[in-house]
Design a protein around this ligand. Structure first.
Ligand SMILES: Cc1cc2nc3c(=O)[nH]c(=O)nc-3n(C[C@H](O)[C@H](O)[C@H](O)COP(=O)(O)OP(=O)(O)OC[C@H]3O[C@@H](n4cnc5c(N)ncnc54)[C@H](O)[C@@H]3O)c2cc1C
Length: 331
């Protein structure tokens, strides 16, 4: 591990200033991603700006019925917060499906959104990897590409899946990320925050240099809706999703009135399946309907030989999650 300097910032202004003054600066929160990758020398920060004393640790209802979450709220506190458990149970389920208690106690909201990928070629610090060393190539294409690799949104330069469970629920709920940096404060739509790999896989998010996340604001809950986060994985703990589905569904009798579907483990970013949602609205809640919209969600999937199983698995995750929410009449 290389030497680095460290500042504990007492305010957002102080954090942004310290970041601007540091050489190869990086923000640090819980450290559960960053310190691992610094030890591996995959990330090489010269200066760490600790944001945990900047006070951004509140979860509050806004006057227009949204939920505003400070970046430093830990994954545990967010999952068990009464407002989340009552109004956004899909978010609570998704967070609690991730990692394990010890990590969730340290991991923060902003850090979870900014967590790096789990590709072993990215993390070994040796293999060609366009995310780590732009232009060096993608070792997963034609290499080992099973568990943590995507089938949706992949490019010829990178195929790794976005690892977060929390972000799948947030993508289903909708909202925006508030950031602060050298140019001041701005909001970024949650669905625009993470970028597709395209030709530039090293550019993973919409932050400008020096900007930090201060809050995430979630849209008001869908009235009268039920929800579920289903995560399918190789083992029950400490394991990333092979495929997951976060669904929010409102029905009128047996007819789908409104729906949100987001997917994890299969997309290069937290994946909102907007076409599938549109196809669901106005349809009867039945397994036939769900199977049809699952086909739509995976239209255009580009699996490798090793992760082709994720296409049927992802479709089944959608069908099962929707069936769980809409109840026995769907089966
Ligand atoms: C063994 C293990 C298993 C895991 N399993 C899962 C899982 O199943 N599901 C899942 O979703 N996650 C999983 N994780 C990932 C975990 O959720 C993340 O490591 C964690 O959420 C990161 O939060 P942090 O506060 O520790 O971030 P840090 O490690 O402090 O930072 C992570 C990144 O975010 C940046 N950052 C932090 N705060 C800010 C900010 N306010 N503004 C801008 N940038 C910021 C840092 O610069 C860094 O690049 C696992 C992690 C481990 C180690």
């Amino acid at each position: 591990m290389r030497d680095f300097s460290y500042t504990q910032a007492g305010s957002v202004g102080a954090a942004v200033k310290a970041h601007a003054q540091g050489q190869d600066a990086a923000y640090i929160a819980g450290g559960t991603t960053l310190l691992d990758l610094a030890k591996l020398e995959v990330m090489r920060p010269g200066h760490l700006v600790d944001v945990r004393k900047t006070g951004l640790d509140q979860v509050e209802r806004t006057s227009d019925g949204r939920l505003r979450i400070g970046t430093n709220v830990t994954n545990t506190d967010l999952a068990y917060h009464p407002l989340v458990q009552e109004h956004y149970p899909v978010l609570s389920e998704a967070i609690l499906a991730g990692a394990a208690t010890g990590i969730r106690n340290k991991a923060t909201t902003g850090g979870n959104i900014m967590q790096r990928c789990r590709c072993s070629y990215f993390r070994d610090n040796v293999s060609p990897c366009n995310k780590r060393e732009p232009g060096s190539g993608c070792s997963a294409i034609g290499g080992k590409s099973r568990a943590v690799f995507a089938v949706l949104g992949v490019s010829d330069h990178c195929i790794v899946a976005h690892p977060s469970d929390m972000c799948v629920a947030m993508a289903a709920i909708g909202g925006y990320v508030t950031v602060n940096g050298p140019q001041g404060e701005r909001d970024i739509d949650f669905l625009d925050f993470h970028l597709l790999p395209g030709d530039t896989p090293a550019q993973e998010h919409a932050l400008e240099p020096g900007e930090m996340i201060t809050h995430v604001t979630l849209d008001a809950p869908l009235q009268g809706a039920g929800s579920h986060y289903l995560k399918l994985r190789d083992r029950a703990s400490y394991q990333f999703a092979l495929a997951s589905a976060g669904v929010i569904v409102a029905t009128d009798g047996n007819t789908i009135r409104d729906a949100r579907i987001a997917l994890g483990g299969v997309g290069t970013k937290p994946w909102r399946a907007a076409d599938a949602e549109k196809a669901l609205i106005g349809q009867p809640a039945s397994e036939d309907t769900f199977a049809r919209v699952a086909e739509i969600a995976f239209k255009g999937a580009r699996p490798t030989e090793s992760n082709a199983f994720k296409v049927p698995l992802g479709k089944q995750a959608i069908v099962r999650a929707l069936t769980t929410v809409t109840g026995p009449q769907a089966s």
